[in-house]
Ligand binder design. Structure first.
Ligand code: HEM
Length: 130
């Protein structure tokens, strides 16, 4: 029989997604370009991201079951997302993947999908430097 293994299973399932989210948000909260966009009470955001990434990787559709269609670009419109902020987000994610021990081909695949998603979220040009 032809075997289908999701990226979710390949990276290590719920435990790995949890580790990744736990590693990611402290970096976001410490980043000068990202920090001002996020609430101090970060737990609810972490929980949503855990649910979203689970389904993004082909795991159970936790986010959609609770919140409906993700419409992520629309949900990000209230926040000024510039190219630099998208890059900052991706840098934090890259470091979080190191910390969570996500490696190999599955990391490459996962990360390249996040690059596309992050670029899709850009909704503001870079501010002119003074
Ligand atoms: C490109 C840079 C990005 C920035 C600056 C950014 C920033 C934010 C901010 C400020 C929030 C709202 C936090 C709050 O609830 O107050 C948010 C929510 C969220 N972000 Fe991002 N984000 C980015 C990219 C992404 C990407 C690439 C993904 C997914 C692959 C993602 C997934 C989510 C999810 C699932 C939520 C929760 C949405 C909800 O309210 O239900 N974000 N993000």
């Amino acid at each position: 029989m032809h075997e289908m293994t999701t990226l979710y299973e390949k990276i290590g399932g719920a435990e790995k997604v949890r580790q990744l989210v736990e590693a990611f948000y402290p970096k976001v909260q410490a980043h000068p370009l990202l920090k001002p966009l996020f609430p101090e009470q970060i737990r609810p955001v972490m929980e949503k991201q855990y649910m979203f990434l689970t389904q993004f990787l082909g795991g159970p559709p936790l986010y959609t079951e609770k919140y409906g269609h993700p419409m992520l670009r629309a949900r990000h419109l209230p926040f000024p997302i510039t190219p630099s902020r998208a890059n900052a987000w991706l840098e934090c994610m890259d470091q979080a993947m190191d910390e969570a021990g996500i490696t190999g081909q599955e990391r490459e695949e996962f990360f390249s999908r996040l690059v596309i998603a992050a670029h899709h979220m850009i909704n503001q040009p870079e501010p002119a430097s003074e």
